[in-house]
Design a protein around this ligand. Structure first.
Ligand code: FES
Length: 118
């Protein structure tokens, strides 16, 4: 059993590796994010958790950033690295942003709040 030292942790990335997101390169996305965190020396600052399905399979690979509450869709390894670099600079990545708790569902994919095409 692992006990993560939370001292210094500022961000938590949930990387979906449910079956649909795995098919959408979820494992590669998780590995790329973890490698970038290590490369940037940010292990104590950004924590990652690989999750089961987050209920947005059609948008996989899903990555969720807390405490901001930002949901990202169609994530790739390249975008995962960019997300990490942005977090370290205090900037939210705008690309592939699907949902925010403040503003609701983003219109990046033309889908409505229930995920149906408008
Ligand atoms: S498998 Fe990732 S949202 Fe369903």
């Amino acid at each position: 059993m692992t006990t993560w030292n939370l001292h210094g942790t500022r961000s938590h990335l949930l990387v979906c590796n449910g079956s649909s997101c795995k098919k959408a390169r979820g494992e590669e996305v998780a590995e790329a994010i973890e490698r970038e965190i290590e490369k940037q020396g940010a292990d104590s600052r950004i924590h990652t958790t690989v999750t089961h399905c987050n209920g947005r399979c059609a948008d996989g690979c899903i990555v969720i950033a807390y405490p901001e509450g930002l949901w990202y869709k169609d994530m790739t390894p390249k975008l995962g690295k960019k997300l990490v670099r942005g977090l370290l600079q205090g900037e939210a990545m705008e690309e592939n942003l699907l949902y925010t708790y403040d503003e609701g569902l983003k219109a990046v994919d033309g889908r409505g709040a229930k995920g149906k095409k408008k």
